[in-house]
Design a protein around this ligand. Structure first.
Ligand code: F6P
Length: 343
């Protein structure tokens, strides 16, 4: 069998660990592996080359992806679909392991409808892929958020300030809730539940009244904040999957300005941005990536396609890509409720 492997969408730590697992497992079966460079763009352009065990040597602890990534969507242009299908047959690809989030997997599903054997490995710091408890990269991202909050606590308390901290996550509050819980946030604003600057101010005031002269407010980039309206049109051009750039909202800055205005306490904002996607993967992400990568190839070896390798409890199980794409995975609201106990 000749297997193509690609990584698409935003990079995350742990992608290399997954690529290594795919290659090593495939080679162990005597299969060939071809690297498809820069996500689906590589398939359109025929930017494809053979991989050996040397190609993946030493990459386990390294963040990013040796394959490169992009947010290219071949289904935006008919000719790109044709070019991709032509390259699949020209390079003799029997199957493709698609390492990505919903967008990348969605393209995989469309190729699958055209007869291409696809298996998926879920990765995104947003952790919003349905069917799996964890996506590769999420644990590393929230570990970074927790460390950032620890660091911000000391400066916020020294200067008796409110610090608003903007985290990624798109329309899901996983990074904010889990990172905020781990880092002791005093208020967390997320996309799934309407929060308000008013309520944030109340928490800040009541902390001051209890002698806590600083506060850390975690703000998800896509948070629903009662007093802050925005239209997607204001945020500029969308990417090929129809997403706007939520960082353009500048939400943490707005929230800090408003809190300072309403409470009189000095406030600053911090945007963690792409730092959340950098660095070396945690042990958890490395092991998850290894398990999912190996499972993806095992599925192909058993002649199964059309599934992702998902973590459910402590087991890696197949979940149909169609089921993954038909559902969303908002943050666990019980966990958010629990986090509110510490506000
Ligand atoms: O989907 C991952 C993610 O990091 C989101 O949390 C964020 O909104 C987006 O990607 C940022 O994308 P880009 O790397 O294009 O700035």
């Amino acid at each position: 069998m000749r297997i193509g492997v690609l990584t698409g969408g935003g990079d995350v730590p742990g992608l290399n660990a997954a690529i290594r697992a795919v290659v090593r497992k495939a080679l162990s079966y005597g299969y060939q592996v071809l690297a498809i460079r820069n996500g689906w763009e590589g398939l359109i352009l025929g930017n494809v080359e053979p991989m050996t065990s040397r190609s993946v040597s030493g990459i386990l602890p390294i963040g990013g992806t040796i394959l490169g990534s992009s947010r290219t969507n071949p289904f935006k242009r008919d000719e790109d679909v044709e070019k991709s299908l032509k390259n699949i047959s020209q390079f003799g690809l029997d199957a493709i392991v698609v390492i990505g989030g919903d967008d990348t997997l969605g393209v995989g599903a469309k190729f699958s409808e055209r007869g291409v054997k696809i298996v998926g490995v879920p990765k995104t710091i947003d952790n919003d892929v349905y069917g799996t408890d964890y996506c590769i990269g999420f644990d590393t991202a929230v570990s970074f958020v927790a460390e950032a909050l620890d660091r911000l606590h000391t400066t916020a308390s020294s200067h008796h300030r409110v610090l608003t901290v903007e985290v990624m996550g798109r329309n899901a509050g996983w990074v904010a809730v889990v990172g905020g819980l781990a880092g002791g946030a005093d208020y967390i604003m997320i996309p799934e539940v309407e929060t308000s600057i008013d309520e944030a101010c109340e928490h800040v005031r009541s902390r001051w009244a209890r002698g806590k002269t600083f506060s850390i407010v975690v703000v998800s980039e896509g948070a629903q904040v009662r007093e802050v309206m925005y239209s997607e049109e204001e945020l500029g051009e969308k990417d090929e999957f129809g997403h706007v750039r939520l960082d353009r909202r500048g939400l943490a800055h707005t929230v800090a300005t408003e809190i300072e205005k309403h409470t009189g306490f000095e406030a600053r904002s911090v945007v963690l941005g792409h730092l959340q996607r950098g660095g070396s993967p945690t042990a958890f992400d490395r092991v998850l990536a290894a398990r999912m990568g190996v499972f993806a190839v095992e599925m192909l070896n058993q002649g199964e396609a059309g599934n992702i390798a998902a973590l459910q409890g402590n087991k890696i199980v197949p979940v149909p890509i169609s089921e993954v794409l038909a559902n969303t995975r908002p943050v666990d609201l019980e966990l958010y409720e629990m986090a509110r106990l510490f506000f």
